[in-house]
Design a protein around this ligand. Sequence first.
Ligand code: NDP
Length: 506
Amino acid sequence: MTLTDNAPDQGAVARPATFDSLNPRTGDVAGTYPVHGEADVRAAVARAREASAWWGSLSFDEREDRLTTWKGVVTRRIAQLADVMHQETGKPHGDAMLECALAIDHLAWAAKHAGKVLKRHKVPSGLVMANQKATVEYRPLGVIGVIGPWNYPVFTPMGSIAYALAAGNAVVFKPSEYTPGVGVWLADTFHEVIDQPVLQVVTGLGDTGAALCRAGVDKIAFTGSTGTGKKVMAAAAESLTPVLIEAGGKDALIVDEDADLDAAVDGALWGACANAGQTCAGVERVYVHERVYDEFLSKVVAAAQEIDATDDPQAKIGPITMPGQLDIIRRHIDDAITKGGRALVGGPEAVGERFVQPTILVDVPQDSSAWTEETFGPTMTVAKVKDMDEAVALTNDSRYALGSAVFSKSRGMKIAERLRVGMTSINGVITFAGVPSLPFGGIGDSGFGRIHGPDGLKEFTYAHAIARQRMKPLLALTTFKRTEKAEQQLGKMITMLHGRGSTLPK
Ligand code: NDP
């Protein structure tokens, strides 16, 4: 299927203008795609609505079969998908392969577990309603609009797409203008397996995303900046369309005095610099126990000096995908230095025209943007803490609250449980994202709602509760024929069931 075939039918609509997706490593054109307008997006949603009736009527097993076939196609062509991603984002091939592999694993999990999590099941009806059989089922919402980012253009949107499809919805996907080819590739391979517009792609700039928010979908799943997330939510509010917002973070990594320092250094560096730091749950802040601070710093500085960002396709760090991001990274580093911070590695000169070299900042005042705003570059800001109480307090003192990491041999779980964030990895970084049964998402400015796991399946459904009378009630309560005796018996029963805990503890 060609790119043009994949474009929604234009019908009477004038052929839209096109835009180029550029290779950030070289500046070359990686592909040219249509800018879909309001009418195109509405037409795609109308087609999805029809397809959702068929897709939603299939059994979980039938959907699992089809999604498993698609998974096989994606898996067999993983190198091709990774290459499209490499061209559009500049990320190293190995990183692109890892991202595809994780997305495939999530697709497999969602397809396999949807029935178990969502199909009608019995729940306890309680003593008062003992004559009722209570069941609940999670039904597909219908059509889900997915607005995706460019930093993980397969893994992140697939966290919504795979789970929404497995739950029985049709999807209209608007990829970032920096990675349209990846979105088209996913939809094309899907269409090879399923000959219905159950997964469609609309391409374009921000306006195409805005049009999707107004196109009458049943839910919007958005990943991107907090600012755009607010615009998406405001647009969706007009039609009371629910939204799922995954809006980035300022994740902290905590190093306790008993941590395996080599592992902590490795985790901090990879968490901060992998994907050139363009990771919503990447490490941006590091808090280290004072007893191991100096040793951690000397090790992390030595390790950071070993890696650099270059245009070599085998480089460990690729370019910054979105040119505008270079200014943000430069501003955060400059702000840290101006306010008295020091760069032990990198610094202002680390920000080039396409690439940013690893940068480690210390002695940075807490009000600096290097601590407070999402940098989205290969930088980490490190501070010494006197104990883990201080590390926990500083970690929690952020308007973002997405992921986090703790390195400690004996107290990892205790520290993790005190963190006010959506996710934590202990003695590892971002490991939670690869576990399909764990929910992924944040709170505060990091957004709300969850992808992945049972929560991620339920996110794209509505609950349908049924109470079926199995026998006549012992106490007839929901009738105008209710007697005084029945009311008295209810009073006794409620006192017996719940009265004991009602006195205040002395
Ligand atoms: P945006 O939030 O602008 O874009 C995210 C997605 O939303 C893209 O598909 C974008 O389309 C689309 N979009 C833009 N405007 C609208 C709108 N009004 N209505 C609906 N959809 C819209 O992120 P950027 O790509 O500009 O990145 C900016 C910052 O966001 C980065 O500096 C980074 O801090 C953060 N970010 C966080 C991510 C995360 O994973 N949490 C991912 C990406 C960015 P288009 O690309 O065509 O404009």
